[in-house]
Ligand binder design. Structure first.
Ligand SMILES: [Zn+2]
Length: 264
């Protein structure tokens, strides 16, 4: 007797995950009668974080469905923006440092591990802190412990930022977060931050902010124009305060750290 098989098709946005022969309409897949539909989809290379829905013979189905011989499965892409229950905060893996700094520049809560702590520890932190795991590692996104996850489709930071903003539409609060550590910034008087400054900086600037977590001091320095352009483009597309920072940075000048390491 022939082995049971189903037919399955994927939307073009998920073609990056599947083999070339599965990119042209529906194709046959052998099933074993015990593996769930979610397992079958994953075994073909697609992280379930990227699946917005499944249909079996045209009717909505769950990832726990046991596919039976002759059934036709359609895999649907995640809708954009994707709605999640709970606050929108993120956890980025070791390869996404530039994206982390850019999200923080826009005021998005973006935790980032600059050392590789391993998939298990990342997944556990995602679960414990209810953070969306952002990664280009499919193996990591397959982990069941994740609170939520999303594949980052591009290797270019500019495109990665657009990808995350268009996918989750997080509220933007530019210039309110420390790009170095993700802490919240507060306005700081020159007298209180003077010991952190070199002479030239102290003479040239009057408006400062300081991270409430790591004490990094920020001001409107040499990289301000470039970072402002990133902020302006994001706010133009996705909304948010245009110039004046909100909350503790209630000033018309947006402070920025004056070192080349920020938001590369
Ligand atoms: Zn900080």
């Amino acid at each position: 007797m022939d082995k049971p098989e189903i037919r399955i098709d994927f939307p073009s946005s998920l073609h990056t995950f599947v083999g070339a022969r599965r990119r042209a309409g529906s194709t046959a897949v052998q099933v074993d009668g015990t593996s769930t539909l979610g397992h079958v989809v994953e075994s073909l290379g697609v992280p379930l974080t990227e699946v917005g829905g499944l249909t079996v013979d045209g009717a909505p189905a769950d990832a726990s469905h046991l596919p039976a011989h002759g059934q036709h499965v359609s895999v649907l892409a995640v809708a954009r923006p994707q709605h999640l229950d709970g606050p929108l905060r993120f956890l980025l893996d070791v390869h996404l440092g530039t994206l982390a700094r850019r999200l923080r520049l826009l005021g998005v809560d973006a935790a980032y591990e600059s050392v590789d702590i391993g998939d298990a520890a990342l997944a556990a932190r995602s679960a414990a802190e209810q953070r969306v795991m952002l990664s280009r590692d499919r193996g990591l996104l397959h982990r069941r412990e994740l609170w939520a996850g999303a594949y980052v489709y591009s290797h270019r930071p500019e495109e990665q930022l657009q990808d995350v903003l268009s996918r989750f539409a997080p509220p933007l609060e530019p210039w309110t977060r420390c790009t170095a550590c993700n802490g919240v910034l507060r306005e700081a008087a020159k007298t209180t931050v003077r010991r952190h400054l070199e002479d030239g900086t102290e003479r040239s600037y009057d408006v400062f902010a300081q991270c409430t977590a790591c004490e990094q001091v920020y001001w409107r320095g040499a990289h301000h124009a470039r970072l402002s352009a990133i902020v302006a483009e994001a706010v133009e597309r996705y909304g948010g305060p245009r110039t004046a920072p909100v909350g503790p940075l209630n000033t018309s000048i947006a402070p920025q750290r004056d070192t080349p390491a920020t938001a590369r």
